[in-house]
Design a protein around this ligand. Structure first.
Ligand SMILES: O=C(O)CCC(=O)C(=O)O
Length: 204
């Protein structure tokens, strides 16, 4: 696992935040639910790219259209691809960019592996924006490591770490400026947002 803390400067973070806001405008956020039981997640999501990740009663997976508006996902913004190209070490490009919005410090994401993509030779790159988050990660469910992800941090899960377990157990109240000082109306000011880029290979 490669972790680059505070890597992206404020100008870059603002540009990324603006693109996230545009994506949400075109493709509204929705609350995923757990497979089978239908328990709602504590995050809201949307996507950009040819494919979008979802979770609902029928399971986890990738779909072509936003279930809220029935439209295809917007394109992945060029600036996201720029970050991918700088950090991923992969010549292949992502075809999904999942946007997770943690609207307040009650939001969190349970321990999981990213394994719906079918080709684990291609890394996952995740960007953090907004309030800080505690991040747990490791090869096994026990003995997880802990770090605090700050706004502008980038994580790469590739090679030996591609299938690492990871979670966001807590969002901290640190009042990051990114969503506070910016004229973005569709992302709550105390949010943390992650942009997670992956390449999904369809088996159909
Ligand atoms: O919010 C994060 O930093 C992690 C996101 C994540 O683990 C995921 O979308 O699979």
């Amino acid at each position: 696992m490669k972790i680059f803390l505070n890597e992206l400067n404020e100008e870059m973070q603002n540009s990324l935040a603006l693109e996230v806001s545009r994506i949400i405008k075109k493709s509204p956020l929705f609350t995923p639910t757990m497979p089978i039981w239908g328990t709602p997640f504590k995050t809201k999501i949307t996507n950009a790219g040819d494919w979008g990740w979802k979770s609902d009663k029928s399971g986890y997976g990738y779909i072509k259209k936003n279930p809220r508006n029935g439209k295809e996902w917007p394109e992945i913004p060029e600036i996201f691809i720029k970050v991918w190209s700088k950090f991923s070490g992969s010549k292949k490009l992502p075809n999904c960019s999942l946007i997770n919005v943690y609207e307040n410090n009650e939001a969190r994401l349970g321990l999981h592996q990213d394994k719906d993509e079918n080709d684990y030779s291609i890394p996952v790159v995740s960007i953090s924006l907004g309030n800080k988050a505690i991040f747990h990660y490791g090869k096994e469910k026990k003995n997880l490591k802990e770090i605090i992800l700050t706004s502008g941090s980038v994580i790469v899960m590739g090679g030996y770490s591609r299938l690492f377990f990871h979670s966001i157990p807590k969002i901290l109240k640190d009042n990051s400026n990114i969503f506070r000082s910016f004229p973005i109306s569709n992302i709550p000011k105390e949010s943390r947002v992650s942009i997670t880029m992956r390449r999904f290979i369809s088996r159909k």
